[in-house]
Design a binder for this molecule. Structure first.
Ligand SMILES: [Zn+2]
Length: 129
């Protein structure tokens, strides 16, 4: 059983900041971000950032703080500043909070729909009907 692969090398590319890339290289001697498929990975990264932006702008503002807190907690667990158990505890509380906000929001939206239906739907809406 081998615990480490001595053949494993670091990427040969130089980063934008002039430092040598520290990522593990594949057979080409380059990492995924510097290798032949780098363009595809960068495009995927851009899409991911775009989705993140969309999520941020469309997210319920009440939940932004919770999501930020979760992101911070994940980093703190990664850096060893809080224990994984503390991180899990925060995640459980955050999940409960998110469910409560979502539930309240759905109840409100349903009430609005019920009011529209019960009023005969004769009110004009935004669709010009
Ligand atoms: Zn690299």
């Amino acid at each position: 059983m081998t615990l480490s692969n001595p053949e494993r090398r670091r990427c040969m590319a130089t980063r934008k900041d002039g430092e040598r890339c520290q990522a593990w290289a594949d057979a080409s001697g380059l990492c995924g971000m510097h290798g032949p498929n780098a363009h595809q990975l960068h495009v995927l990264g851009g899409r991911s950032r775009a989705k993140h932006h969309m999520l941020e702008t469309r997210m319920n503002p009440k939940l932004k703080d919770v999501v930020e807190l979760l992101g911070m907690a994940a980093k703190q667990v990664h850096r060893g500043e809080i224990t994984p158990a503390q991180g899990s505890s925060l995640a459980s509380i955050a999940t409960a909070l998110i469910k409560a906000v979502e539930s309240a929001e759905l109840t409100l939206r349903l009430s609005i729909l019920e009011m529209r239906v019960n009023s005969g739907g004769s009110e004009s809406d935004d669709f010009g009907t």
